[in-house]
Design a protein around this ligand. Sequence first.
Ligand code: PGA
Length: 247
Amino acid sequence: MRRPERSIIGNWKMNAPEALEAYLEVLAARTDKLPAVAVCPPATLLAQVARTLEGTSIAVGAQDCHPAEQGAFTGDLSAPLVQRAGARLCLLGHSERRQGLGETSELVARKVQAVQRRTMTAVVCVGETLATREAGLAASFTVDQLLSSLPEGAALERLLIAYEPVWAIGTGRSANANEIEEMHGVIRGALVDRFGAPGQGLPILYGGSVTPANIHAIAPIAEVAGCLVGGASLDIAAFAALIEALG
Ligand code: PGA
């Protein structure tokens, strides 16, 4: 099996790094090709960050978008609008949106279509809650969520999966290497069942309390094609250390 290219995506959520200009300067100075690096700022900073990073190896992404191309949706942003602001990828189905805002997998699948229609990359996030894990249902829940979040005809070359157990997000308690290995294996199996051989090459990122302290346990796991990083991506020293560890 071809090892997918590694990626690291910083998800700033509803935050901005303290010294934004200095943060972007460090990223812009980067010359290495791998891992592929992206940052997902809040929508109001998207255009500024994209402009500053133009011509560098760093991609800029949105944290969400609406499934419609345009229309009367007060407060929402379409895939064409975030693309126009400079986004080349879009996070979709993050647990903070599924849990906090009641987003369904069916809605996530429509958003994937909207993003891919614009030839942007969709990063589809899946993962179980602690209660689901403790009930022994982590694998079946995550596979169901994954498969129903992927639309018919998804463009695999513009799709990344992020396994993010809800209990590990923002808690300081990352999943351990065994848990990650097992769940990435389960997700890989589901992708191959759904897409056949091309499902083998789809990158599966891990997310959930990834820090410079645990990256060295996570990075060597064969099925980990990179990381989706929240809190630690706001600190440029921490984020740079993660980039280096995945290189
Ligand atoms: P965290 O967030 O790294 O702060 O746990 C990860 C994410 O929500 O993508």
